[in-house]
Design a binder for this molecule. Sequence first.
Ligand SMILES: NC(=O)c1ccc[n+]([C@@H]2O[C@H](COP(=O)([O-])OP(=O)(O)OC[C@H]3O[C@@H](n4cnc5c(N)ncnc54)[C@H](OP(=O)(O)O)[C@@H]3O)[C@@H](O)[C@H]2O)c1
Length: 286
Amino acid sequence: MKYLITGANGQLGYDVKKQLTKRGFEAIGTDVSDMDITDGTAVNEKFDAVNPDVVIHCAAWTGVDAAEDDENKSKVYAVNVIGTKNIANACKKHNCKMIYISTDYVFSAVGDEPIKPDCKEFAPLNYYGETKYLGEKAVSETLDKFFIVRIAWVFGKNGNNFIKTMLKLSENHTELRVVNDQIGTPTYTYDLARLLIDISESNKYGFYHATNEGGYISWCDFAKEIFALTKKNVKVIPVTTEEYGLSKARRPLNSRLDKSKLKENGFAPLPDWQDALKRYIGEMNI
Ligand SMILES: NC(=O)c1ccc[n+]([C@@H]2O[C@H](COP(=O)([O-])OP(=O)(O)OC[C@H]3O[C@@H](n4cnc5c(N)ncnc54)[C@H](OP(=O)(O)O)[C@@H]3O)[C@@H](O)[C@H]2O)c1
């Protein structure tokens, strides 16, 4: 099977391409320099040249707070909605499978009930989430052979993430305020890449949720574990989202993604997030 990966220089795309190659698949990675997904002609030309069997669409505008700025909104829409529609149209033309990576931010569930992948109560609180939801719609309304995989709190080797931010801040802070009322589970791109390849080899199309296992935690719990494992002497002070107050974008408090559909369909779940974090810190030589 021949794979085309969008966003191959980003956190997830990088690991997906690497693991596909390791598993012996032909994997063509693209990024904005050789296929700007907002340019329909460029997308069609690339698809005609590659003729993929499967597309793993990792490219996106991922700056959640920057997406709130009026001057960025048309760019965010172009990448996350029009770009995704261009990819879905090309997949239809080439009759190939498409995996679209989405986010917990398409929901704003209250309470503490985990959200099922087939839940249709979409209510994004921020512009990034709204455009990712419109991207989901573009995929599901264009294709039959699609997988929409929602993930959360991503960390990987390439690009920025919460772990890198915490470690950077630890260089000149001995105390950090971190929110303790947004609850979810982190996702290590290395572990997710394996699952995405497994999913892509099946015909079990539809919606999935995928993060690491190990239970639901707050950003505050995550920060504490990061500093404990890296032996940084930083005091983590728990604060509510309201007390923290700084972010441009609103974020849901309940980001608990129910992943039981993975096992029900015979897919191996991801390892625990604690184990993933340990491996990541080792891999990054921190
Ligand atoms: N990061 C998270 O916490 C998180 C959480 C939930 C879901 N997700 C989803 O997971 C997926 C992967 O996220 P990630 O963290 O790996 O993102 P990332 O590191 O920001 O990578 C996204 C990639 O997309 C590329 N890209 C941006 N605009 C493009 C365009 N017009 N044409 C082609 N490529 C373009 C970026 O290139 P440049 O860097 O050159 O702009 C970058 O390489 C995304 O769909 C994201 O929405 C992420």
